[in-house]
Design a binder for this molecule. Structure first.
Ligand SMILES: *[C@@H]1O[C@H](CO)[C@@H](O)[C@H](O)[C@H]1NC(C)=O
Ligand SMILES: *[C@@H]1O[C@H](CO)[C@@H](O)[C@H](O)[C@H]1NC(C)=O
Ligand SMILES: *[C@@H]1O[C@H](CO)[C@@H](O)[C@H](O)[C@H]1NC(C)=O
Ligand SMILES: *[C@@H]1O[C@H](CO)[C@@H](O)[C@H](O)[C@H]1NC(C)=O
Ligand SMILES: *[C@@H]1O[C@H](CO)[C@@H](O)[C@H](O)[C@H]1NC(C)=O
Ligand SMILES: *[C@@H]1O[C@H](CO)[C@@H](O)[C@H](O)[C@H]1NC(C)=O
Ligand SMILES: *[C@@H]1O[C@H](CO)[C@@H](O)[C@H](O)[C@H]1NC(C)=O
Ligand SMILES: *[C@@H]1O[C@H](CO)[C@@H](O)[C@H](O)[C@H]1NC(C)=O
Ligand SMILES: *[C@@H]1O[C@H](CO)[C@@H](O)[C@H](O)[C@H]1NC(C)=O
Ligand SMILES: *[C@@H]1O[C@H](CO)[C@@H](O)[C@H](O)[C@H]1NC(C)=O
Ligand SMILES: *[C@@H]1O[C@H](CO)[C@@H](O)[C@H](O)[C@H]1NC(C)=O
Ligand SMILES: *[C@@H]1O[C@H](CO)[C@@H](O)[C@H](O)[C@H]1NC(C)=O
Length: 829
């Protein structure tokens, strides 16, 4: 009998003992009958966060808050910021009538409450994400959550922006002792086009720059370059927000402290556990962070100096000391002639303040330019969302930052006379070169027209000139000048943004009559030659090999559409040329040729170490994502492969030959084609066998490409003795045998820190190359997987290789019949 009584008593004692000793046994929720009172706390299920009462310093101010369970105590959320309790003797409970969550002092004043609709069996629970949630016990519908009322901290995966009809904001604590909101606030601002802005009252002090597509690029190196987090922008009919995901195994938090938005990372090394500051914006080290530091029409450049836009001079002729620069710049020649102005462009910039901007998401660059020219107070325009849509700045604009790479291109209005005069000698030269190039183009065009029949003889006379040699920066500047001149020329003729239609004579001269020694390569769509224009700019010219099914104007329209696609990871189409039956495309010249010339060449492949290869993979992914998702055309490339990925002087990958399928008149809205264009090995099974293609066919090719980049072997390589394997089947075999790292190119030096990233990339490659299109991820998902070390990836299923068909030296054209569809396989190489 005694024994029987002892057991419950003992367990009760034990429970009390443990609950006193170890907070991890404490509860994570409040229900109707169980309020929370000091000194109890709620602790989330995996012991990450605690909720309870805390005081700051000596004060007699007490708050209800959430903090990390790790020391030092870092508070991430405060309920009663403005209404402290005089002593800890209060309680947090659920009101049985209203289901509201209430904080009551000892004297029964309600200091704070979370409103909710009435519920059966309500429960308030602290999640391990740091979210404190009020809901019905047996339903998942949340009626209130602390994530909707952030204070000064943004946690991973916490939506920030327009949610449930309100625009969330963070405000910093008044000081380290007082959580009451200060004057500093950060929010996702939507004047017209979302960007993150830190405000001091009603004055902006830092802008990230507007969202470009779905990427958040701030033009602030410390913000952009941190690899520990990736931002994601989510928008739907009712909501638009960003959130960040941590790619680090360490705890991260973003917090607004005083006027600075900061990222902290928890260093959990045994010796010293502490939060390290990773970055902070604005940062005194980067004066360009400071809002409008260079004033109107001023540009803060990447060495943190102020300059004026071309055509502008400092408002006060004075030394550019920090304190003086905010006066900005003014037009050198004040006379804007409304109807007869022109536009200059500046690329790689953080776009100016968007307060006085109008946005039209449906029109494209050429229409944008036409509208801006018509409206005299439109001082600048730009693409938004990487190509779709138009933004126009009305009146003076400010806060432009020049970046080393990335960013957008801003087209700004100047007086026509600015074509010739600039202070800057280099720019002057460029302008002169550009002018002569234009005049040269026009002159040649008319001459060519007159002596069309003699054009062969004449072409020989046009000697390939190497008189001017230019650095790549100068020539890209000149090219952009040419572009803007042509822009302007086109607008005068009433058809804005004419794609440069280049005369064949110019190309003959540039390529030495398409001399064999200038041949760069041959692809399924034609032969590529290198060339150098009169002014010294280098170009690549592709002579299309078989004639288009399209008419001339249709061809031009397609080329113009494709030329408007602009992305850092796409090769820029500069113009086209039509001469009789012959059609040519003019591209920017890529210093380092194509990816295949490096990775498959054992003497060169060591140039690309693993981090570089990873960057190349990411760059290609971004380019494809743009084609699939962010450009209005929704282009399926259909011939992604190593030789179609070109590398610029910094080894940045740029995809070429995109949209060519459109030029040949096979529009992407048919999903079945009777002419398969592509390269064996990169072709998805459904495309190669049935001519069925979709964006998932590109995903397949991307998967193969990823494996090639990792292994340095062609997809058609032969591995093993019996049975003979191609790259995909080889990778799949290694995967199943658990020794997938054997795939790695032997020229990559082994670094165990990279191993998990390499394995993840291989897994993503295999996922992309799965047999069934519906199993393959979308490019956006593939990118997320590549970017998130902590994400648990699905296991790949069998890849879609078709026997040993991954052959290298296919005949240039093979036809066979399959399922009533005639298939032509062209092997470009
Ligand atoms: C609430 O906390 C108690 C522990 O006090 C726990 O047993 C219960 O499962 C929790 N309820 C929910 C829904 O998690
Ligand atoms: C909170 O107040 C108590 C006295 O009530 C004091 O001993 C303690 O140091 C205070 N806490 C902090 C964090 O200052
Ligand atoms: C606490 O109070 C003492 C004396 O009032 C003061 O010297 C000290 O600076 C205070 N500490 C904080 C953190 O405010
Ligand atoms: C809280 O209430 C208890 C009695 O319930 C009292 O002894 C204690 O002094 C109170 N604490 C404060 C800080 O007022
Ligand atoms: C708090 O309330 C209790 C009774 O509920 C009372 O005994 C105590 O004195 C009160 N404390 C204060 C500081 O008001
Ligand atoms: C910031 O958010 C709070 C709610 O958390 C809201 O009351 C306030 O109006 C917001 N401020 C601005 C400027 O949006
Ligand atoms: C914020 O504004 C106040 C008042 O205008 C000013 O004193 C303070 O220096 C500003 N802070 C920053 C960081 O610019
Ligand atoms: C930035 O501007 C300064 C002043 O005009 C100039 O000396 C410097 O070369 C520029 N830096 C870059 C990277 O353009
Ligand atoms: C440009 O900025 C650097 C510091 O970032 C400074 O040392 C240099 O003097 C500046 N140059 C000019 C021309 O202002
Ligand atoms: C725009 O800038 C010019 C100088 O270029 C200045 O004279 C004018 O006042 C500015 N306009 C506004 C509205 O700030
Ligand atoms: C603009 O320039 C054109 C051509 O030079 C001229 O006819 C026109 O009068 C000018 N308009 C203004 C407002 O200056
Ligand atoms: C927007 O336009 C108004 C009126 O011209 C001007 O006062 C204001 O400074 C402009 N804002 C920005 C950020 O350019």
């Amino acid at each position: 009998m005694k024994k029987w009584q002892l057991a419950p008593l003992l367990s009760l004692l034990l429970q009390t003992f443990f609950s006193l000793l170890s907070p991890s046994l404490s509860r994570d929720n409040i229900t109707l009958g169980s309020p929370l009172a000091y000194p109890d706390t709620l602790v989330s299920s995996r012991n990450t966060f605690a909720l309870g009462f805390f005081n700051t310093s000596n004060s007699s101010r007490w708050y209800l808050g959430i903090w990390y369970t790790i020391t030092p105590q870092i508070v991430i959320w405060v309920a009663n910021r403005k209404n402290p309790m005089p002593d800890p003797n209060g309680s947090l409970y659920i009101n049985s009538d209203s289901s509201n969550l209430q904080l009551k002092t000892n004297s029964s004043d309600v200091l704070w409450q979370a409103s909710s609709s009435s519920m059966v069996d309500p429960i308030a629970q602290l999640y391990d994400t740091g979210n404190f949630v009020l809901r019905e016990k047996n339903a998942n519908k949340i009626t209130w959550q602390s994530f909707d009322y952030p204070t000064n901290t943004l946690l991973p995966d916490m939506p920030f922006g327009w949610i449930a009809g309100q625009n969330l904001n963070l405000t910093s604590w008044t000081d380290s002792d007082n959580p009451a909101p200060s004057n500093y606030m950060i929010k996702l601002d939507q004047t017209v086009w979302p960007e993150i802005i830190i405000w001091n009252g009603s004055k902006p002090i830092f802008r990230t720059g507007p969202l470009d597509g779905y990427e958040l690029s701030s033009g602030s190196p410390q913000f952009d370059n941190n690899k520990e987090l990736t931002f994601e922008y989510v928008s739907s009919q009712n909501e638009a927000y960003i959130k960040y995901m941590s790619t680090s195994s360490q705890k991260l938090r973003l917090v607004l402290e005083h006027s600075n938005f900061r990222m902290y990372r928890f260093d959990d090394a045994e010796t010293e556990q502490k939060w390290d500051l990773d970055w902070s914006v604005p940062d005194l080290k980067y004066p360009c962070d400071k809002y409008a530091i260079c004033g109107e029409f001023g540009v803060c450049n990447s060495s943190n100096n102020c300059t004026c836009l071309t055509g502008f001079v400092p408002t006060h002729e004075m030394d550019w000391k920090d304190s003086e620069t905010s006066q900005g710049c003014k037009r050198r020649d004040d006379q804007l002639n409304c109807t007869n102005d022109r536009f200059l462009s500046i690329s790689n910039v953080k776009l100016p303040d968007t307060t006085n901007t109008t946005v039209d998401r449906t029109i494209k660059l050429k229409e944008c330019q036409r509208r801006c020219l018509k409206n005299c107070s439109c001082y600048a325009y730009s693409n938004i969302n990487r190509g779709i849509g138009c933004a126009m700045w009305m009146g003076n604009f400010t806060d432009i930052r020049k970046l080393d790479q990335g960013g957008s291109t801003l087209y700004y209005r100047v007086a026509r006379s600015e074509l010739h005069g600039t202070n800057n000698l280099a720019k002057k030269n460029a302008a002169v070169i550009a002018t002569s190039a234009i005049l040269g183009l026009l002159f040649l065009a008319s001459v060519a027209y007159l002596v069309h029949k003699k054009f062969k003889q004449k072409a020989e006379l046009l000697a390939y000139s190497e008189r001017h040699s230019h650095t790549s920066q100068e020539s890209s500047q000149t090219l952009s000048m040419i572009r803007s001149c042509i822009l302007e020329e086109g607008s005068r003729k009433g058809n804005a943004f004419n794609l440069p239609i280049v005369d064949v004579d110019v190309l003959l001269a540039a390529t030495g009559n398409f001399a064999l020694e200038n041949k760069l390569g041959e692809g399924g769509f034609g032969t590529v030659f290198r060339g150098r224009l009169e002014g010294g700019e280098r170009i690549a010219v592709k002579r299309l090999s078989y004639s288009s099914t399209q008419g001339l104007s249709e061809f031009k329209n397609e080329v113009i559409l494709i030329a408007e696609l602009q992305h850092n990871n796409l090769v820029q189409l500069l113009g086209c040329c039509i001469a009789g039956e012959e059609r040519m495309l003019i591209y920017e010249y890529m210093e380092n040729k194509s990816l295949d010339t490096i990775i498959f060449d054992k003497s060169k492949s060591s140039q690309l170490d693993w981090p570089k290869r990873f960057e190349i993979i990411m760059g290609i992914a971004r380019g494809i994502l743009y084609l699939h998702q962010d450009s209005r055309l929704r282009i399926i490339h259909r011939d992604l492969k190593a030789s179609n990925v070109l590398l610029d002087e910094n080894m940045n990958p740029k995809i070429s030959d995109f949209g060519i399928a459109r030029i040949f008149g096979r529009h992407d809205n048919d999903s079945v084609t009777n002419r398969v264009v592509g390269t064996y090995g990169y072709m998805s099974p459904e495309y190669a066998m049935y001519g069925v293609f979709s964006i998932k066919s590109d995903v397949f090719s991307f998967g193969v490409l990823v494996l090639e980049i990792i292994s340095g072997d062609k997809c058609s390589g032969i591995f093993g003795v019996e049975p003979k394997l191609n790259l995909l089947s080889y990778a799949w075999t290694l995967w199943n045998n658990g020794n997938v790292l054997n795939l790695l190119d032997s020229s990559i030096s082994k670094n165990s820190n990279d191993e998990s990233e390499i394995i993840r990339c291989i897994q993503v490659g295999l996922l992309c190359a799965q047999d069934r299109p519906e199993d393959r991820p979308h490019m956006s998902e593939a990118m997320l997987m590549l970017n998130s070390p902590n994400m648990i990836l699905p296991l790949p299923k069998q890849p879609g290789y078709i026997g040993d068909r991954c052959m290298d030296n296919m005949e240039s054209s093979t036809s066979y019949m399959s399922h009533d569809t005639s298939i032509t396989i062209l092997e470009p190489r």
